[in-house]
Write a protein that binds this ligand. Structure first.
Ligand code: C2E
Ligand code: MG
Ligand code: MG
Ligand code: MG
Length: 288
């Protein structure tokens, strides 16, 4: 790409950008062919009640099982999917599979799904989700939708109307990655959230950083005042988990409880409750 620079021409397109463009094009092609083939699949991360140690449900996280590259995480394909408008198709495929899996599990278990900013621009989003519920037989009251504050910038009134339709169906709404966006407090009033999720960046540093601990505490008290339960994401060890329990954080998820796993492993977990790492929290309490 730099071959023109010798002639003193303005060269903006360097080798690394060319490589990035190739990667981006490969990902786009992978999305187009892989979504219909079912290569984009749900992985499940345990969400645990911190007071009791009980499994509350799972967050559904997309993974690309690429035949050529192996397992690929969302940061490698969600931005491309958003740019190309393929995000809705990808997410809906993953959510449909999750509903088909989840309907067979214990009815107390909920599923949390992620909806990205581009999807909240679709006036038919609520209808599409409801159609999936009807077609899969997954109950609306076991579904929670996670959105981030960045979803609300471009068209708040459209987001409000979509969310209104979701809530009318009995679907719950969580504010994801709280604390990392702008004007968080105004957003809490603009939409009828049922839950606040504290971003991992505050949680993982809670025992090293006094500011992080103060922020987690403040968000939890805010949730208490507003009647909104709080979930901490990114709990990586026992110390973090115990600190969050002391602060009264209601629910948690993270590698301490378990990394995101495919459906085969979820089934094994649910069939043999002793495999549930979540039970450690409860056992710690009862066993001296
Ligand atoms: P998120 O909703 O904030 O999801 C939590 C992310 O934190 C997940 O990353 C999860 O694997 C990771 N995580 C969980 N526990 C820990 C921990 O203890 N330590 C560390 N270091 N990380 C942890 P993941 O799966 O890479 O997802 C990244 C983001 O991609 C998600 O952020 C979500 O916004 C988005 N995403 C995932 N699946 C979908 C999807 O199907 N549709 C849409 N629209 N977005 C998705
Ligand atoms: Mg999320
Ligand atoms: Mg986060
Ligand atoms: Mg999050």
């Amino acid at each position: 790409a730099a071959k023109n620079s010798g002639r003193n021409r303005y060269c903006w397109f360097d080798a690394s950008m060319e490589r990035d463009l190739q990667t981006r094009n490969a990902v786009e092609a992978g999305l187009r062919t892989g979504i219909p083939k079912g290569e984009f699949v749900p992985y499940y991360e345990q969400q645990v009640d911190l007071a009791t140690g009980r499994l509350h449900g799972f967050e559904v996280l997309a993974r690309w099982e690429s035949p050529a590259q192996g397992l690929i995480s969302p940061d490698q394909f969600v931005p491309v999917a958003e740019e190309t408008g393929l995000i809705a198709e990808m997410s809906m495929s993953v959510i449909r599979q999750a509903m088909e899996h989840g309907r067979d599990w214990d009815p107390s278990l909920s599923l949390s799904v992620n909806i990205s900013p581009a999807q909240l621009k679709d006036p038919w989003l609520a209808q599409k989700l409801v159609k999936l519920l009807v077609e899969t037989g997954f109950p609306a009251n076991r579904l929670e939708v996670e959105i981030t504050e960045s979803s609300l910038f471009e068209n708040l009134s459209l987001a409000q109307s979509i969310v209104g339709s979701l809530k009318n169906q009995g679907i719950r709404l969580a504010l994801d990655d709280f604390g990392t966006g702008y004007s968080s407090l105004a957003h809490l009033r603009a939409l009828p959230f049922d839950r606040i999720k504290i971003d991992r960046s505050f949680v993982s540093s809670i025992n090293e950083n006094a500011e992080s601990a103060a922020i987690v505490n403040a968000i939890t008290r805010l949730g208490d005042s507003l009647g909104l339960p709080v979930t901490a994401e990114g709990i990586e060890d026992e110390e973090i988990m115990q600190r969050l329990r002391v602060l009264g954080v209601h629910k948690g998820q993270g590698w301490y409880f378990g990394k995101p796993i495919p459906v085969t492993q979820v089934r094994r977990l649910l069939a043999d409750k002793h495999l549930l790492p979540a039970l450690r929290a409860r056992n710690d309490e009862t066993d001296p």
